[in-house]
Design a protein around this ligand. Structure first.
Ligand code: PLP
Length: 404
C-alpha cells in the first residue's frame, strides 16, 4: 500500500471559516427575517478598474490572432511586466531592485507557501502571532515544525512572536535564533504595521544572525502613514537578508484574476548557494509562468489611468475602515489597525473570548466578523472586521454595533 506524506496528517483541521459559515447558516435558518451584514470577508468586492478591463480585453483579442497569440509565458514573467514593476515599485522609491530579481507568479499565497522549499529541513521559522496561517501550515507540510500541542495550539519547532496590544503590535526579537522570519506588513489580521525604523532593526537583526526575512507586503497599497515603508528594500542591508512577496489581489482586485510576484535579490546567499538561482530553478521546474492575459492586466495597474482608478478604489475601502474604526471607538471599543490596512482589530469587551464575541455580535447586531483566535493563540480576545464590504453596509453595521 502506498504511504503518504505524514506531515499533512499532523495539520489540525482548519475550522475557522467553516465554523463561521455553519454558525451563520444556523442563525439565518432560525431567524430568516434578519438581514446579516458580513464584515468578516478578506476578499475584495469592488469590480476590476476600467483600465484593467481594457487591458484584459486587448490581451484576449491578441490571443485570437496567430500573429499576436502567446503560448507558454516565460517562467519568471514577461519582461514588460518585470520592467514595469522594477521601475514603479522599486526604482521610483529609491530601492535597488532590478527586473531580473522579480519573479512573477499567480499570487502571494502560492509564493508564501512555496518559498520554504528553499530552506533546509531543520531551518527554524519564526512567525508573528497572530498571522496569516499559510506561513506555519506550509512549513508543517514540509515537516519542519515538530509536534503540535492542541492545548496551546502551538508547534514545538516554531518560534511564536506575540504581537498584541501589550507590545504595541511590534514583535520582539526571539530568544532562540530563527533561520526564517516571516513578517507581514501591514499585517493580516491585526491591520498594524512596522515603521521604517522598526523594520530596519529587523533587517539589522536578520543580517546579524544570518536569518532570512520573508516579507509579505500583500497590503502595501493601503499604507497611508509617512513613516511606514512600502518595501523592505527601503531599509539598508535588506538585499542580503530579505525576500519580498507582493500580490495584485488587494491593490487591484485580482483575487479572482490571480497575479503576484516575489523579489529575491542576487545578494541573498547562504554559504554555498544563491537563493535567487534556486528560486529561478524552482520556477523553471514547477511553474510554467503566469498567463499572458493576467500579466497584461498587471501592467495596466501601473498605467496612469490604472493608478488613478486604483487609488480611488483603495480610498473607498479605507473610507469604510475609517467609519468602522471611528464607530467602534465611539461605542467604547479598544481598536487597532484600519489606518495602513483594510483590517480593524478590536479587543473583545468584558473579557469575552473571540468566539463568545462572534456569537454576541451575530445574535445582537446580526453582523459577522472573524474571531481573532483563528489566526493564532495570541489572537484570543481579539476580533477582526474588514473594510472590504460596501460603504452602506459598513455604516449600517456600525449603527447596529453602537446600539448593542
Ligand atoms: N498574504 C496575505 C497576508 C494575505 O492576507 C493574503 C490573502 O488574503 C495573501 C497573501 C494571498 O494573496 P494572493 O491572493 O495574491 O494569493
Amino acid at each position: 500500500m502506498f504511504e503518504v506524506n505524514e506531515n499533512y496528517l499532523k495539520l489540525p483541521g482548519s475550522y475557522l471559516f467553516s465554523n463561521i459559515a455553519k454558525k451563520v447558516s444556523d442563525f439565518t435558518q432560525a431567524h430568516p427575517e434578519k438581514e446579516i451584514i458580513r464584515l468578516g470577508i478578506g476578499d475584495v468586492t469592488q469590480p476590476l478598474a476600467p483600465a484593467i478591463i481594457e487591458a484584459l480585453h486587448k490581451a484576449v483579442d491578441e490571443m485570437a490572432n496567430a500573429d499576436t497569440f502567446q503560448g507558454y509565458a516565460p517562467d519568471l514573467g514577461y519582461e514588460f511586466l518585470r520592467n514595469t514593476i522594477a521601475q514603479n515599485d522599486y526604482k521610483a522609491r529609491g530601492c535597488e531592485i532590478s527586473a531580473d530579481e522579480i519573479f512573477v507568479s499567480d499570487g502571494a499565497k502560492s509564493d508564501s507557501g512555496n518559498i520554504q522549499e528553499l530552506f533546509s529541513q531543520d531551518a527554524k521559522i519564526a512567525v508573528c502571532d497572530p498571522v496569516y496561517p499559510v506561513y506555519v501550515d506550509s512549513n508543517v507540510m514540509a515537516g519542519r515544525t515538530g509536534t503540535y500541542d492542541p492545548k496551546t495550539e502551538t508547534w514545538s519547532r516554531v518560534i511564536y512572536m506575540p504581537t498584541t496590544m501589550e507590545n504595541h503590535f511590534v514583535p520582539e526579537f526571539p530568544k532562540e535564533t530563527p533561520q526564517m522570519i516571516y513578517l507581514c506588513c501591514p499585517n493580516n489580521p491585526t491591520g498594524t504595521t512596522l515603521t521604517k525604523a522598526q523594520l530596519q532593526e529587523w533587517v539589522d537583526y536578520a543580517n546579524r544572525v544570518g536569518a532570512v526575512i520573508i516579507y509579505d507586503a500583500a497590503y502595501e497599497a493601503y499604507i497611508s502613514e509617512e513613516d511606514v515603508p512600502h518595501s523592505i528594500y527601503e531599509c539598508e542591508g535588506a538585499r542580503t537578508c530579505a525576500i519580498e512577496i507582493k500580490s495584485f489581489s488587494k491593490n487591484a482586485g485580482f483575487t479572482g484574476v490571480r497575479l503576484g510576484y516575489t523579489v529575491v535579490p542576487k545578494d541573498l546567499k547562504s554559504k554555498n548557494a544563491s537563493l535567487h538561482d534556486m528560486w529561478a530553478r524552482r520556477h523553471g521546474t514547477k511553474f510554467n509562468g503566469a498567463p499572458y492575459i493576467q500579466q497584461r492586466a498587471g501592467e495596466a495597474v501601473y498605467s496612469q489611468a490604472g493608478k488613478a482608478q486604483l487609488k480611488e478604489q483603495i480610498a473607498y475601502y479605507m473610507k469604510n475602515a475609517a467609519v468602522i474604526k471611528q464607530g467602534l471607538k465611539d461605542a467604547g471599543y479598544t481598536v487597532f489597525g484600519g489606518v495602513n490596512a483594510p483590517y480593524i482589530w478590536l479587543k473583545t469587551p468584558n473579557n469575552m473570548t473571540s468566539w463568545e464575541f462572534f456569537d454576541d455580535l451575530l445574535e445582537r447586531a446580526n453582523v459577522v466578523g472573524t474571531p481573532g483566535s483563528g489566526f493564532g493563540p495570541s489572537g484570543e480576545g481579539y476580533f477582526r472586521l474588514t473594510a472590504f464590504g460596501t460603504y452602506e453596509n459598513s455604516l449600517a453595521a456600525l449603527e447596529r454595533i453602537k446600539s448593542m
